[in-house]
Design a protein around this ligand. Structure first.
Ligand SMILES: NC(=O)c1ccc[n+]([C@@H]2O[C@H](COP(=O)([O-])OP(=O)(O)OC[C@H]3O[C@@H](n4cnc5c(N)ncnc54)[C@H](OP(=O)(O)O)[C@@H]3O)[C@@H](O)[C@H]2O)c1
Length: 300
């Protein structure tokens, strides 16, 4: 496949880029002028890099040069909570940039897209109730995408992701905090820990993108489809930490309840939506955590 990928410098996008290259696909990426490419170092010689300088023309040029069969849109700005000064960049990253991408695709007759959504569009298991403004921008972009599907003949798959974890994840999330706590021996202040998390191992998430891309290329998509990429086995945060400590072979000092829950904390993840045909999570939580440990050891 010839693929153009956004978000390739992020956690999921970078691993997707490695996998696409490993499977001999042609990969072009769209990055920002200040994007750090080190994470892609080992595959960079095999990737066509295009810089989006904020102009429509730069996107048009990237697509023209890459001529992708499929565009995989992974880029996003994630903010658990926003401040007034964040609104402009949330809209820029999650709406303006990808909409200009669609417009440029439409102009060039490139009409197959994989989009990335989030389970956080479904607070309290509702059809649409965004947990935060970030999730609202995800839903808003999907509404814009529907115009391109209905009026411009696009075919699109939106993959709604849950929590992704695995080696190389440096984002300020649960396992990063636990890893740092294990190393420092300090006490970690947590919420009461009764919320449930739906964790999917990174390789399984990457598999979902590849299956979705094949589905588009094989012409199996009629207009627009949305699928969930869920473990379907949500687990209480407290239980997750217990498993983590067991696998680590060491007790961590955790002060449960030292922090309040976040506003609109997701206590039970969304459990509706259709699973991507042909996809299932393969890596059990214990295996995923062990793989992350092994990778952290090999980095030392
Ligand atoms: N990870 C999860 O658990 C999870 C859960 C649900 C949904 N998702 C979705 O999955 C996708 C990937 O998540 P991730 O965790 O891999 O994200 P990440 O590590 O934060 O990476 C975000 C990527 O988006 C790029 N980006 C942000 N704003 C951009 C803009 N205005 N123009 C161009 N590129 C821009 C970043 O580029 P720079 O290097 O220039 O900053 C980076 O490559 C996102 O769409 C996210 O919403 C993730």
């Amino acid at each position: 496949m010839k693929v153009l990928l956004t978000g390739a410098t992020g956690f999921i996008g970078s691993q997707l880029a490695y996998r696409l290259i490993a499977e001999d696909h042609e990969v072009a990426i769209v990055v920002r002028p200040d994007s750090q490419l080190n994470i892609l170092q080992a595959v960079l010689p095999r990737i066509q890099v295009h810089v989006y300088d904020g102009s429509y023309a730069s996107l048009l040029h990237a697509l023209q040069a890459a001529q992708p069969e499929v565009v995989i849109h992974v880029a996003s700005l994630f903010l658990a909570q926003h401040k007034p000064e964040d609104v402009a960049r949330l809209v820029e990253s999650n709406l303006s940039f990808p909409t200009e991408l669609l417009e440029a695709m439409s102009q060039l007759g490139i009409k197959q897209l994989i989009n990335t959504g989030t389970s956080w569009e479904h607070y309290q298991n509702e059809a649409y109730n965004p947990v935060n403004l970030y999730a609202a921008t995800k839903q808003a972009f999907k509404a814009l995408l529907t115009y391109y599907v209905e009026a411009q003949g696009f075919k699109a798959i939106t993959l709604k992701l849950f929590d992704t974890y695995g080696p190389g994840d440096t984002r300020p999330k649960l396992f990063t905090f636990l890893r740092k706590t294990a190393k420092s021996g300090e006490t970690l202040c947590m919420s009461p820990g009764e919320q449930m998390l739906d964790l999917v191992y990174i390789d399984d998430v990457i598999n979902a993108y590849l299956i979705a891309a094949n589905r588009l290329v094989q012409n199996e998509v009629h207009q627009q489809e949305t699928f969930v990429v869920s473990s379907e086995k949500p687990m209480k945060l407290r239980d997750l930490v217990t498993i983590y400590c067991q696998l680590l072979g060491k007790q961590l000092s955790i002060q449960w309840g030292a922090r309040p829950y976040r506003p609109r904390e997701v206590m039970i993840p969304w459990n509706k939506g259709d699973r991507l045909p042909g996809w299932e999570p393969r890596i059990a939580l214990e295996d995923g955590i062990k793989r992350a440990f092994a990778s952290a050891d090999s980095d030392k």
